[in-house]
Design a protein. Structure first.
Lengths: 332, 264
């Protein structure tokens, strides 16, 4: 078996670097090499350069960053809730964001503030509402226990889903189409501004998680044992919960709820590097970013007429691959 | 700092209520450094609640528990971890780490706030390796915990507690799930620990308590009904009072210490 360190440096890191370097060149339109040097100035290749610098590069960076955040979110939530099926989406964050967007579309709200669209603001507000509800309700029960928080999140998620369905039922066809399209999750809204909007959420989430990697190991044991080794269990769990929830809120706001990355990538990484967060965090950042970037490249290159939402690709590719891995593991 | 002073536990008028039920009633006791104390009693008598409160794992009245004369509430979690280590009845199910990774986690309190990882705590690693050798589990060092037997897991559990280097070790029925051979090996291991270490264990093994501990606390309905030396504790009357069953007491053939036999 390859050591965790080797797997990261010899496989996952080169894979991510190659993905970052190659994927901007792949798409419906072939681009000449000169676009790298031409910038966006007026040259013979100005349209190509525009596609490269203003569309492809932001999009590849956005998918890399979103994939990193989504898979890291899965790693953290599976550890702090000690549940292999926990993802930030299980806890209602995507549900809250989706509800926010649905309400904004249903009510026809079109206000943009500081360059942020009304759907993005609604998604962020919805996600924040969800985080506040899960935290507040769990706190009200007196104990910030993993099971209580998970069940609260699941209940809120179902509740929000039913409101979304009700609003879709009450809305007209075009509203419903916009809502469904948003719910599929895609990266076609990528541009330098959306990259700037999302980056602070993801970068701060990654930094906090990296700083707390030893604490994550302890939290994945059990609360009494972690506390007896000196960990402030509730405080650490809440810090990670809020930091990661905000990170996911930032991602969902820009990309919509892209499923499956947050559950599949962490499990694949556990199979490759084990459960020690010292290795699991970098591995899931690298593989999550690579996976979503590859899926998105496929999503935008598959059809000339319209893009396939990347959420469909992640589930289509990820599902069978994940099952195959699980069966291979159980048959060894 | 005077080590004896630093590791004294005292409890004054400790009561604890959860979900409307009084689980501990007006408990007072003092455990000096180096003493070996067994806590016995029927299921539901409050033994585990008492040790969880000593570990600061459940909220109790501010000044009812003192470590080296200071209220436990004035200690941070990592300060408590430097004074008391804990061996639960069993390790949690499906710990996804190797033996050495897990044992090194018990060093957390000593490295908290430092940007260190397990590989750059060389002092901790050499302490852990020394303990692993002394418990004869070197062959398990890099194995996944999930693959170990119950007895091996319990040795790892104790190795982690020892690597924590706390002067007090609190154990919750450390041999409850083990077969007789593994039980004896764990009891022997604990028996051979330095006499400077305070051992407080909850157990249902009355002979282990009687033969190898200095003092026995007999708990009944959330109170300490009997608190005396192990020799004085092990009488048919005391056991009848604590467990509401009759027992026969016979002297140990070699040491003459009282042993408990079933009366049927």
């Amino acid at each position: 078996m390859i050591s965790p360190r080797k797997s990261i440096y010899a496989i996952l890191l080169p894979l991510a670097v190659v993905t970052l370097c190659v994927m901007p060149w792949i798409g419906q339109k072939a681009l000449p090499w000169e676009v790298i040097t031409s910038g966006t100035h007026h040259t013979d290749h100005s349209v190509d350069a525009l596609i490269f610098w203003q569309i492809r590069i932001p999009r590849v960076l956005l998918s890399m960053l979103a994939g990193m955040g989504l898979s890291l979110g899965g790693v953290v939530f599976q550890s702090i809730f000690r549940n292999p099926l926990a993802t930030p989406f299980t806890l209602g964050i995507a549900g809250g964001a989706s509800l926010g967007v649905t309400v904004a579309i249903f009510l026809g709200i079109h206000i943009s503030l500081l360059g942020i669209s009304s759907t993005a603001m609604a998604a962020l507000l919805g996600a924040l509402l969800s985080i506040a509800l899960v935290y507040g309700l769990a706190r009200a029960t007196g104990k910030l226990e993993p099971t209580t928080m998970l069940l609260t999140g699941v209940a809120i998620s179902f509740f929000f889903s039913s409101i979304i369905l009700l609003l879709q039922y009450l809305g007209d066809m075009s509203d419903s189409f916009r809502i469904i399209h948003w719910l599929m999750g895609d990266l076609s809204r990528a541009n330098p501004d959306s990259l700037l909007q999302m980056s602070p959420f993801v970068i701060s989430g990654i930094l906090i998680t990296v700083l707390l990697h030893k604490e994550l190991n302890l939290l994945s044991l059990n609360d009494d044992l972690a506390a007896s080794y000196g960990l402030q269990v509730e405080k650490t769990r809440m810090t990670l919960f809020i930091a990661v929830s905000l990170m996911i809120a930032g991602i969902v706001t820009v990309c919509g709820p892209i499923g499956f990355v947050g559950i599949m990538v962490p499990h694949v990484c556990r199979l490759i590097v084990g459960a020690n967060h010292r290795y699991l965090i970098p591995a899931s950042l690298l593989l999550g970013g690579t996976f979503l970037t590859l899926c998105d490249t496929l999503a935008r290159s598959m059809s000339a007429s319209a893009e396939v939402p990347v959420g469909i690709i992640t589930a289509l590719l990820g599902g069978p691959f994940f099952l195959a891995l699980l069966f291979r593991k159980s048959s060894v | 700092m005077d080590k004896n002073k630093s590791s004294t536990i005292s409890v004054e008028n400790l009561s604890y209520r959860a979900k409307g039920k009084l689980l501990l009633r007006d408990i007072s006791l003092s455990i000096p450094a180096g003493e070996r104390v067994a806590i016995v009693g029927a299921n539901g008598a409050g033994k585990t609640t008492l040790i969880r409160s000593l570990l600061g794992l459940i909220p109790t009245e501010k000044s009812s528990i003192k470590l080296s004369g200071e209220a436990i509430s004035s200690y941070s979690r990592s300060d408590i971890a430097k004074l008391i280590s804990y061996v639960p009845q069993q390790l949690p199910e499906n710990i996804p780490f190797s033996v050495i990774e897990f044992i090194m986690m018990s060093r957390y309190a000593r490295n908290v706030g430092q940007l260190t990882t397990s590989s750059n705590d060389p002092q901790g690693e050499s302490i852990a390796m020394g303990i692993i050798q002394s418990l004869n589990i070197e062959h398990l060092t890099h194995q996944a915990i999930a693959t170990l037997s119950g007895g091996e897991k319990q040795k790892v559990n104790i190795a982690a507690a020892l690597t924590q280097q706390a002067p007090i070790i609190i154990l919750d029925e450390p041999t409850a799930h083990l077969d007789p051979k593994q039980r004896e090996s764990i009891q022997q291991l604990l028996h051979n620990l330095s006499r400077e270490t305070t051992l407080i264990t909850v157990t249902h093994d009355l002979n282990w308590a009687s033969l190898h501990f200095d003092r026995i606390l007999g708990m009944l309905k959330g109170t300490i009904a009997i608190d005396t030396t192990s020799a004085a504790f092990t009488t048919a009357e005391n056991l009848q009072r604590v467990f509401d069953t009759t027992w026969q007491i016979e002297p140990h053939p070699e040491t003459g210490k009282p042993m408990v036999l079933p009366s049927y």
